[in-house]
Every structure is written in structure tokens, then in C-alpha cells.
Design a protein around this ligand. Structure first.
Ligand SMILES: Cc1cc2nc3c(=O)[nH]c(=O)nc-3n(C[C@H](O)[C@H](O)[C@H](O)COP(=O)(O)OP(=O)(O)OC[C@H]3O[C@@H](n4cnc5c(N)ncnc54)[C@H](O)[C@@H]3O)c2cc1C
Length: 316
């Protein structure tokens, strides 16, 4: 378990050590576009001064709302599910536990199961990270307040995790996570889009840190190729790379999201996961992205069957 501020700093320091110039505290205000090609960005420094940074290629990585990406024409397919998530930190004597806890029994005020989950992750610094994520396919998604869900989740686990619900420490982070490749296009003639700006978080879990790093690496490879030999056409390989890596998983997950939006289905899935170790393990492996295409265990078989059903009947 690593706090985001530490992870982000480690990534920045690594980039700087490899020769990148890091402009700390600068905000990209708008792209510089010349004859239809992005050629850099206008950037505001901490003192308010605006400078123009020139670039042959630009990688857009400005997160879920992605104003920079939207200026370049990216958009989210609105009928595909997204997640709303909230988390904070609480002091706990169990901060050093070596496992995280996932609760798939979120309910609304009337006790109906909700498509989502709550988590507790020991951080090892005196606190635990507690949060809740909810899929937009929930029946009354707009009327459901994730802050209230978090309150209920924290109250339910307070004794077990030895926390005082009123003693949250640190920033409450709340936000939406676009998922499942729901943002397009991910490449233009001289730019690429990565991470939440490209909507690549896992639609099973809403986790997007790993896919942000993975797509960042894919984009770096492609830009390296463009700079060293192939020129701008190399950028067109990036959307294919992203699709090859995630497409099958995404298809399956969209089906999953629609299914879990029905309380009765959610109830049956959680019930079966609690009763059967096989179902529970399958669920965990699907949710954590740990399925391997070259393995033939029960979870892989379930996923393969579902993929086949989707190919035969895409609207199933
Ligand atoms: C409450 C919550 C909890 C979550 N928990 C998890 C989790 O436990 N595990 C997990 O894998 N995922 C989690 N996610 C999802 C995860 O946070 C995102 O998928 C992930 O952060 C995406 O990374 P990113 O780099 O694309 O975007 P971000 O992490 O949003 O980073 C974008 C960065 O760009 C900067 N930026 C934005 N605009 C500009 C600009 N104009 N100029 C300069 N900089 C700019 C921002 O300051 C930010 O630092 C969570 C999401 C939420 C809302």
C-alpha cells in the first residue's frame, strides 16, 4: 500500500533521473495548435507567469475530467458505465496488517444491494485507507450519495478495524472514474491520451493507477519510436496497442456492470461468493485483473465462456 503523493513523487523523480525536465506546480492551460497539429502547450507557472512549451509530440495525462484532452476533441461514451469513488484515512492500530479487505455488500437506504464495493487498506503509517466505489449502473445512481455510503461503511467496520469514525485524517478524495475504454479518440496526429484522460481504468473495479502507468508506458514506447525512426505515423499504433491489451476484459466488464446494476443479480453474486470458495476466488481474480489468458483454471474458464457468449450475442 502506497499513498498517491509518494507514488507520484517516485514516478516524477524517476523521470527526472532519466533526463526529463519536471515543471513542478505548472498547469497546462491549453494546447498550442499549428495547422491542425498539437505542437505544445501554454503553461502557467506557480507565480502566474504563462510560458509556451514546444513539443513535437504531446501526451495528455490530465485525469478524469481532462479539460486539455477535451479541447483536443476527446469525449466519453456516456451510456457506458463509470464509477464514483470516495476515500479518506483513519488512524488505526491495525495499520500494519498485511492484507486489504474488500466488502461487496454495499446497500442503499432501503437495504437493496448496490453494484460496488467498500475497501479497507492498511497503509503502515498509523492509518488505514477506507473507501467506497459505486458503479453508475446502480438503479438510483444519481440519488445515491457516496459520502453517505462511506459513512455507513466506516460505521460498520469501526470496531473490527479499531477506528473512530469521527477521527478521519487527511484529505477526503472523491471523484468519478471513467472506465473500460470509454473515452475516444486516444490518439491524434501528434498527441496521445493516457490514464483516466483515456478512460482506461478497469471496469471491474474502477482501479486505474495500474492502467494509467501501463498506458503511459505504451505511449512512451510509441513516441520513442516516432522520435527515433518512424515519424508521426508510429502514433497510430497506440490505439491498437490499448485495444489489444484491454478490449476483451472491457467487453466482459461492461456486461458485468449491466448485470450487477440489477439488485437481484448482485444479491445472488455476493451470496454465491460468500458461500463458495470457488466463486469467491473467481470473482476476486476477475476483479483484480489477475486472469491469465494462457491459464485454464475455473476463473479463466468462466471468463472465456462469457467472452464466447458475448461474441455470439453481443447484446446478451
Ligand atoms: C476516491 C478514489 C479512490 C481511488 N482509489 C484507487 C485505488 O485504490 N487504486 C487504483 O488503481 N485506482 C484508484 N482510483 C482511480 C485512480 O485514482 C485513477 O484511475 C488514476 O489516478 C488515474 O491516473 P491518471 O494519472 O490518469 O490521473 P490522475 O491521477 O487524476 O492524475 C492527473 C494529474 O494531472 C494533473 N493535472 C490535471 N490537469 C492538469 C493541467 N491542466 N496541467 C498540469 N497538470 C494537470 C493533476 O493534478 C494530477 O496530478 C481511485 C479514484 C478515486 C476517485
Amino acid at each position: 500500500m502506497l499513498r498517491r503523493r509518494d507514488l507520484d513523487l517516485a514516478v516524477l523523480e524517476h523521470a527526472a533521473a532519466r533526463g526529463a525536465t519536471v515543471h513542478y506546480g505548472h498547469e497546462a492551460i491549453e494546447p498550442v495548435v499549428e495547422r491542425g497539429f498539437v505542437r505544445g502547450a501554454l503553461v502557467r507557472g506557480p507565480g502566474g507567469a504563462v510560458l509556451s512549451l514546444a513539443a513535437r509530440y504531446v501526451i495528455v495525462a490530465d485525469g478524469a475530467n481532462s479539460p486539455f484532452g477535451r479541447t483536443l476533441g476527446t469525449f466519453r461514451t456516456r451510456r457506458w458505465p463509470f464509477a464514483a469513488a470516495i476515500r479518506s484515512y483513519w488512524p488505526s492500530t491495525r495499520t500494519g496488517d498485511d492484507h486489504l479487505e474488500i466488502g461487496i455488500d454495499l446497500t442503499d437506504r432501503s437495504g437493496q444491494p448496490l453494484p460496488g464495493y467498500g475497501w479497507v487498506a492498511p497503509v503502515g503509517d498509523g492509518t488505514v485507507n477506507i473507501g467506497v466505489g459505486l458503479l453508475s449502473t446502480a438503479r438510483d445512481f444519481k440519488g445515491t450519495n457516496v459520502a453517505h455510503l462511506l459513512d455507513a461503511h466506516v460505521a460498520a467496520l469501526a470496531d473490527r478495524w479499531q477506528i473512530d469514525p469521527a477521527a478521519a485524517t487527511g484529505v477526503v478524495r472523491v471523484g468519478r472514474v471513467p472506465m473500460g475504454g470509454s473515452v475516444q479518440p486516444t490518439a491524434g496526429p501528434s498527441f496521445l491520451v493516457v490514464g483516466d484522460a483515456a478512460g482506461v481504468a478497469s471496469p471491474f473495479t474502477g482501479a486505474g493507477i495500474d492502467t494509467a502507468l501501463e498506458t503511459g508506458r505504451m505511449a512512451a514506447d510509441v513516441v520513442h519510436q516516432a522520435l527515433s525512426e518512424a515519424g508521426p505515423t508510429a502514433l497510430q499504433r497506440y490505439p491498437r496497442l490499448v485495444a489489444e491489451t484491454y478490449a476483451e476484459q472491457y467487453k466482459l466488464a461492461r456486461l458485468w456492470g449491466r448485470l450487477l446494476g440489477r439488485p437481484s443479480a448482485m444479491r445472488q453474486v455476493t451470496g454465491a461468493a460468500v458461500r463458495s470458495r470457488l466463486v469467491g476466488d473467481t470473482l476476486l481474480r476477475i476483479m483484480s485483473g489477475a486472469l491469465r489468458r494462457d491459464e485454464f483454471g475455473a476463473p479463466e474458464t468462466v471468463a472465456r465462456l462469457a467472452s464466447t457468449v458475448l461474441q455470439v450475442a453481443p447484446d446478451a
